[in-house]
Design a protein around this ligand. Structure first.
Ligand code: EPU
Length: 427
């Protein structure tokens, strides 16, 4: 087992460069199945969810070649399969995007039920409702979602709730459907817009991405393309909060400041100073942390994927803050770990009451999911003494080289293999 060992108590200082967006990459990679040909995708983040997506593409018959550290070439001409195995699908949530993409290419798909972070119930009823409206027949047998259709036909779909995944899956399935598809009450996240831009660069006709209604005129033919993925809003936000929490002075480069607006506004209210440039933000904090209330909402609201990191900052506030989780049923599982580090937080369902404390204390903790891991890492950077974070594979699913990037900012962090695991390997 691997863990991070962090000696905290030092302000982060310097520059950090943000990688491509995980949640855009995991949608764009399956989209390369929609038309055969050779794609070049730039600004690909070097993270485990991307590695798994590329493995799935290979398993389906695509040829995949890294041209450099962040550029991948994919040739999807010779896809010979429409089945995504449990072994790969269970390792990440976004594996269900292969359903929409394979349906679009072949009119059939079988994808094992997806895995991903445990954040409470993660139904896929809206994906199924939408795909059925396009004419697909769907069945779930032994943990595999099977979908088939001779000709997908455009439809008017009103989602019961805003879902990033269902919006993306329906865009993938509808681009080659016959006629017009109207998707209403859709997600407006930057990665939804990035996927629409990617598909349009393949010859699709998608309008309205980034608003509540997306209109898709189906086309018969799509073609391979070259594309550069947007920067990761959540990775950027994580470094912004890490800078504020450690009283640091950090310039975060390769970002789209507009995508960070909800985070920036909350950070300023909490007492940080944030300066925006064309493609960078600069974050410092010299005064106290102010108590604030935060509620997570679909974009452009405050992102749920920044909730754990923001809660860590608020543990340092003067007074009591209220954090309300508006997307997931169970996204406070990390709070017990944070309390081991001296935080004072009471959770009641989807509301956390965060009583500010004088300081956080180093402790051994366990990452319960991806963003929980990021939050604990920030807490460990703040706390005097040496903390250890276990189950860091969660973090490595979504943050490129977080150890290296944090070290460049002056953090004392190293990744070690635990002795008992070496023993287990030896046995
Ligand atoms: N929902 C349904 N039915 C559905 C789909 C969703 O009821 O068919 C509900 C969910 O239970 C949840 C809400 O709708 O309460 C929102 O879920 P959504 O579908 O938007 O989430 P997702 O697509 O599974 C993506 C991100 C998550 C992020 C959420 C919300 C990817 C791969 N994952 O998940 O990212 O938290 O949107 O913004 O894009 C992360 O990166 O750490 C992460 C968990």
């Amino acid at each position: 087992m691997e863990k991070y060992v962090i000696s905290g108590g030092k302000p982060l200082k310097g520059d950090v460069t943000i990688s491509g967006a995980k949640n855009a990459a995991v949608a764009i990679l399956p989209a390369t199945l929609l038309a055969g040909g050779r794609y070049v995708i730039e600004n690909i983040p070097n993270i485990r969810d991307v590695t798994i997506s590329l493995k799935i593409l290979r398993e389906l018959g695509a040829s995949v070649r890294m041209l450099d550290r962040s550029t991948v070439q994919i040739d999807s001409t010779h896809i010979h399969d429409s089945f995504v195995s449990y072994e790969l699908a269970r390792q990440m949530r976004a594996s269900y995007y292969f359903l929409g993409a394979l349906l679009g290419r072949f009119g059939r798909a079988s994808v094992s039920m997806p895995g991903g972070c445990d954040l409470g119930a993660r139904p896929i009823d809206q994906h199924i409702k939408g795909l059925e409206a396009l004419g697909a027949e769907i069945s779930i047998d032994h943990g595999v979602v099977n979908a088939g259709c001779t000709q997908m036909v455009g439809s008017h779909i009103y989602f019961d709730g805003v879902s990033v995944g269902a919006t993306i899956n329906l865009m993938l399935a509808a681009v080659k459907s016959k006629g017009l598809t109207i998707l209403e009450n859709v997600a407006k996240e930057p990665h939804v817009v990035d996927l629409a831009n990617f598909l349009n660069s393949m010859g699709a006709d998608i309008r309205g991405a980034g608003t509540d209604v997306i209109k898709i005129h189906g086309v018969d033919l799509l073609h391979a393309t070259s594309y550069s993925i947007i920067p990761d809003q959540i990775e950027a936000g994580t470094y912004m909060i890490a800078a504020a929490a450690t009283c640091g002075d950090v310039t975060i480069r390769n970002v789209i400041p507009k995508h960070l607006e909800s985070i920036t506004q909350k950070l300023i209210k909490a007492g940080a100073q944030v300066d925006e440039y064309d493609d960078a933000v600069h974050v410092t904090r010299t005064g106290p942390v102010n108590k604030i209330n935060v509620k997570t909402l679909p974009h452009p609201g405050f992102p749920t994927d920044m909730q754990p990191q923001m809660t860590v900052l608020l543990t340092l506030a003067e007074g009591t803050s209220i954090v309300t989780e508006g997307i997931w049923d169970n996204r406070f599982r990390y709070v017990d770990e944070l309390c081991r580090m001296g935080a004072n937080i009471q959770v009641d369902g989807t509301v956390a009451v965060v009583e500010g404390v004088q300081e956080l204390k180093a402790a051994p903790v366990r990452a319960t999911d991806l963003r929980a891991g990021a939050a604990l890492l920030i807490a460990a950077l703040v706390a005097e003494g040496t903390s250890e974070i276990e189950d860091i594979y969660h973090l490595e699913r979504g943050y490129e080289d977080i150890c290296g990037k944090m070290r460049l900012l002056g953090a004392s962090i190293k990744k070690v293999v635990t002795a008992d695991n070496e023993l287990a390997k030896a046995l």
